[in-house]
Design a protein around this ligand. Structure first.
Ligand SMILES: NC(=O)Nc1ccc2c(c1)=C(Cc1cc(-c3cccc(C(=O)NCCN4CCCCC4)c3)c[nH]1)C(=O)N=2
Length: 302
């Protein structure tokens, strides 16, 4: 295929800004198709020693490809003297966070629906040996049909299978082992799991913790672990200090309290072989069988 460059696109509004990238709405001048183009400044990436994260995001997006509908797709990458460009799926209906803030909270049917889509997405992601590590409502987007698109793999981890011992080791260990590449990575305060805080270790169960936090927020409208500083939030996470507001749906509570468990291997689904059957079908939990099959809803609360 023909090499692309920024001149192939008409850049529009800023869709999002991160510490190392800005995402623009852009239109392909040849096809008129809309994309989200993530632009990264080379000098900043090098200065902040984030090249490994950029390469990892590209590798994760390559591995994910286009076979699962619940992830943004990477169409092309190109660069010029100052910037790197990732041409990604444009999620027309924006971020889950904005919808939660706009609606106050979701109906339980709607929360069930999106919890089900997120479980399907995590089954696929973890099945590919990838841990997101920064799952949060800002990184869950909606496409034009109100299906989810998970994005932002800059913090992701690719689990490596060591063929000789057939063990699943991971690049935490590699990072720990190699002083030059020690990463003091931690996700976003309110969604980071206890093990990432206390041992700097992460696994697919770390994403299940974040899933529990997101379900709590969809149902209640607020995050389970809140505080005036990151330190206070971290303390609450490590002490499992959170509560369910009056009227919190009992089925949702049943599921959330089985995900917000300190020991990662005791989290619902953590010991399942793919797919996450124990999350899908535990009697009385939020994600009932029909939640995974009925793809017609997705309408928002009030
Ligand atoms: N860190 C990252 O990788 N970030 C990314 C990556 C890919 C990507 C990405 C971020 C996107 C962000 C994004 C942001 C938005 C957006 C931002 C602000 C407002 C809106 C918006 O209101 N859209 C109109 C849809 N409304 C929704 C509610 C009902 C009326 C119509 C969308 C759409 N998509 C995107 O579309 N694709």
């Amino acid at each position: 295929a023909r090499r692309r460059s920024a001149s192939d696109y008409r850049f529009g509004k800023v869709l999002g800004e991160g510490s190392f990238s800005t995402v623009y709405l852009a239109k392909d001048i040849h096809t008129n198709k809309e994309y989200a183009i993530k632009v990264l400044e080379k000098a900043h990436i090098i200065r902040e020693k984030k090249s490994e994260y950029v390469m990892r995001e590209k590798e994760v997006l390559r591995i994910l490809g286009s076979s699962c509908p619940y992830f943004v797709r990477l169409y092309w990458t190109f660069q010029d003297s100052e910037h790197l460009y990732f041409v990604l799926t444009y999620a027309k209906n924006g971020e889950l966070l904005k919808q939660i803030d706009k609606c106050g909270c979701f109906t339980i049917e709607c929360a069930r629906y999106y919890a089900a889509e997120m479980v399907l997405a995590l089954e696929y992601l973890h099945g590919k040996g990838i841990v997101h590590r920064d799952l949060k409502p800002e990184n869950v987007l909606f496409d034009e049909n109100w299906h989810i698109l998970i994005t932002d793999f800059g913090s992701a981890k690719i689990l490596k299978t060591d063929n000789t011992e057939n063990q699943k080791c991971d690049n935490d260990a590699l990072d720990k082992g190699d002083k030059r590449r020690r990463t003091s990575f931690v996700g976003t305060a309110q969604f980071v799991s206890p093990e990432m805080l206390s041992e700097s270790s992460s696994s697919p169960a770390s994403d299940l913790w974040a899933l529990g936090c997101i379900i709590y927020q969809m149902v209640s409208g607020v995050m389970p672990f809140r505080g005036r500083s990151e330190f206070l939030i971290f303390q609450k996470i490590l002490n499992l200090e959170y509560e369910y507001p009056d009227g919190f749906d009992p089925q949702a509570k049943d599921l959330v309290q089985k995900l917000l468990v300190k020991n990662p291997i005791e989290r619902l689904g953590a010991t399942d072989e793919a797919p996450y059957t124990s999350i899908r079908f535990v009697e009385g939990n939020l994600i009932l069988k029909q939640g995974l099959i009925d793809k017609k809803k997705g309408l928002f609360a009030r």
